[in-house]
Every structure is written in structure tokens, then in C-alpha cells.
Design a protein around this ligand. Structure first.
Ligand SMILES: [Zn+2]
Length: 371
């Protein structure tokens, strides 16, 4: 009996696939694309450079961090120009009267499954969402062993996807937390892979590309809860997305204020600009905001509000929600998103308040129970 078990374990080890995206491979395709000297490959080469830097530091270093706040504000001016029209909807959500706790920390339970099983489960999840999803899942991850890495968990990343358009290849990096959150993270990142495979230009539309991933996280929370009786776990995932997105909005509003002032005084000398900024914000505030673009928070805000509306439809008419989502993936752009939603009869913030309220009520009752 003992012997047999050992043989089984051994076979299991031999059969288990080794998922590993190798730096040498990334270097090779980067050099190859760069050697063509074509402008159309510049973006891919830049992405690969960033990825290699991040991979070398186990995703703790952001290679594109700005050196100072003025450089960051300059960069943000470009984003702001494109995304400021999203602001009224975001602000409406922020000002809906519900305050979320910044004290919440997810308590995910251990998950004792292999990487192969995780990938299989995710594939089954997408298969249940329909042929469109599983077809692109299979194609995007056709050489999974060389395109998925399970990385050492750290605060620098919650999972990442890189798409190299010239080669139509996706690379997924999943923190190997060995906890239930891996189910949601893997659903999120492989939805990105599905989207890229279905429409390579979707990614360029930064303001909407997280729609499908945030929606699938919501659906996956319920799906795995039903399948494995995960109890509170699915709620944790939905509540943690709510809290981080809502708390980020606060920073976004602050950044808007900063950009408005910056726009007015952009022609001043650097010293004079800093002086004016310091009149309103402390050094600590400015330091907090220099590292990364807060305007990129828009990449999550509008998609989140859209995902809530789709999720609400999904509960009563699954096919309809998935049909609209597919339309967004295939035809949505930063420019047309509001008219596309309008075409499907979706108005943002219609169900956000109710959705948010139910999560907050559940959180409050849980807090009470643990006291
Ligand atoms: Zn994402």
C-alpha cells in the first residue's frame, strides 16, 4: 500500500507540468523584434523591457516609476486629457454616501490544489461561460508551460498579464499564494489573455480593458462558492475589489485637483511650480503621488461600474450579460464605450449603490459576529 502510494506520487510529480516563463526567451523575442527596427514594434519592445526588469526583481520594481512629481504630472496630463470625461460617473459613485472601511484585510483560506488543477478548473469555468471564452482561452494558452509563471507572492503585484501584439503571445504571472485568491486571480489574468486573443486592440483601450476581468472575478466568486462551498471566500474577493477601487477614488480626486492647478501654472519655473504645490500639499503627499500615475486609476473605475451592471444582468439573464460583454471585448473602445453601453440599455451607477450596500451590510454583520 505504502509502496503504491509512493509510486502514484512519483508519477504525479513526473506528469505535473512545469510552468515557467524564461527570461532568456523574453530577451530573445525582444532582441528579435528590436532588430527589425520597425516603429510598429516599439511598444512591444518597451513592454518586454519592462517585463524583464520586473521579472528580474520578482515584480518589486516598477521600471517606469517617475523620478519626480513634475515628470509624473506631465505624463498624467496626457491621460487626463483622454479620461477626464469619465470623471463625473466616477465621482457620482464615490459620492453615493457609502463609506467603505480601509481596515479590511482579506482572509483567504488555504487552497490545496496543483497548478495543473488550477488551470483545469479555470478552463472549466470559462467553458461554462460559453464557446467564445473557452476557445480563446485554449488558443491564448496553447503553450501554457512557457506562458504562465507562478511567482513568489509579494506586495508588488496581484498578478499580471503581458501581451506581445507582434507575436500574438500572452504571458501570465500569478502570485503563488496557495490560497483561494488564486482562483480569482487566475480567472482575472486569463480573461485578459482571452480578450487579447479575441481582439488585439482591446488592450490599447486602457479605460475599458478591465471591464471583462472585473466582471469575471465577480462571476467566478459565485461560481467557485457554489462549486466548492467556499462560504465567505467569494464575498472577500468582491469586497476587497470594492474597497480598493473606492478608496483609490479618493486619490484620484486629489490628483484631479493637482492637475487642475498644474495646468494653470505649467509655464512657471520648476521651482515656482513646486512652491505652489507645496502650498496645498505636504512633501509626504507629493512623495506618495510621484511614484505612479494616479490617473491610471481610471483604468479600473469605469470598468468596475460597467462590471457591476453586467453582473446584475448576469444574475437574471446570463446569456444577455455575456452577449453584451462579448460586444464590449470585440467592439468597445475608450471613445465609444458610453454609446455602446447605451445601445444595450445600460446606464452606469444604476445598480452600483445597491450592490455596494449589500456588500457593506454583509461586512458589518461579519464584523459584529467576530466581536
Ligand atoms: Zn487586470
Amino acid at each position: 500500500m505504502y509502496f503504491n502510494l509512493e509510486v502514484c506520487l512519483l508519477i504525479g510529480i513526473i506528469m505535473a507540468k512545469n510552468y515557467n516563463i524564461r527570461i532568456e526567451y523574453l530577451e530573445r523575442i525582444k532582441n528579435m523584434l528590436a532588430s527589425f527596427g520597425e516603429e510598429e514594434y516599439d511598444y512591444d519592445v518597451g513592454r518586454l523591457e519592462l517585463l524583464i526588469e520586473r521579472l528580474k526583481s520578482n515584480f518589486t520594481i516598477d521600471a517606469d516609476d517617475a523620478e519626480d512629481i513634475l515628470v509624473q504630472l506631465d505624463t498624467d496630463m496626457f491621460f487626463w486629457h483622454d479620461y477626464r470625461r469619465f470623471f463625473p460617473k466616477v465621482k457620482e459613485f464615490y459620492n453615493d454616501g457609502i463609506v467603505v472601511s480601509d481596515q479590511f484585510r482579506c482572509k483567504f483560506a488555504p487552497l490545496d490544489i496543483s497548478h495543473d488543477e488550477l488551470i483545469d478548473l479555470t478552463r472549466t469555468f470559462f467553458k461554462e461561460q460559453g464557446e467564445f471564452f473557452v476557445k480563446h482561452f485554449d488558443h491564448a494558452l496553447r503553450d501554457a508551460e512557457n506562458h504562465i509563471s507562478f511567482i513568489e507572492p509579494n506586495d508588488g503585484t496581484a498578478g499580471e498579464m503581458y501581451y506581445i501584439k507582434a507575436l500574438n503571445e500572452v504571458f501570465l504571472f500569478i502570485p503563488d499564494t496557495k490560497k483561494v485568491d488564486m482562483l480569482y486571480t487566475f480567472a482575472h489574468e486569463s480573461e485578459h489573455a482571452i480578450d487579447m486573443d479575441a481582439n488585439p486592440t482591446y488592450y490599447e483601450n486602457c479605460g475599458i480593458r478591465e471591464t471583462s476581468t472585473l466582471f469575471m472575478e465577480m462571476v467566478a466568486s459565485d461560481y467557485y462558492n457554489e462549486k466548492f462551498n467556499l462560504g465567505i471566500q467569494g464575498f472577500y474577493n468582491q469586497f476587497s475589489n470594492l474597497t480598493s477601487i473606492k478608496l483609490d477614488t479618493n486619490d484620484l480626486i486629489e490628483r484631479q485637483r493637482m492637475l487642475k492647478l498644474y495646468k494653470k501654472i505649467a509655464d512657471y519655473s520648476d521651482e515656482a511650480i513646486m512652491k505652489r504645490l507645496h502650498n496645498k500639499w505636504s512633501q509626504r503627499d507629493l512623495d506618495l503621488r510621484k511614484d505612479y500615475s494616479l490617473v491610471t486609476l481610471y483604468f479600473y473605475q469605469i470598468p468596475y461600474l460597467t462590471a457591476i451592471e453586467l453582473y446584475k444582468i448576469y444574475k437574471t439573464d446570463r446569456e444577455k450579460a455575456l452577449y453584451i460583454l462579448t460586444d464590449i471585448i470585440l467592439n468597445g473602445t475608450d471613445q465609444n464605450i458610453f454609446s455602446l453601453l447605451n445601445k444595450h440599455g445600460i446606464s452606469l451607477n444604476k445598480n452600483a449603490f445597491e450592490y455596494e450596500k449589500s456588500l457593506v451590510l454583509k461586512y458589518d454583520s461579519l464584523e459584529k459576529d467576530t466581536k
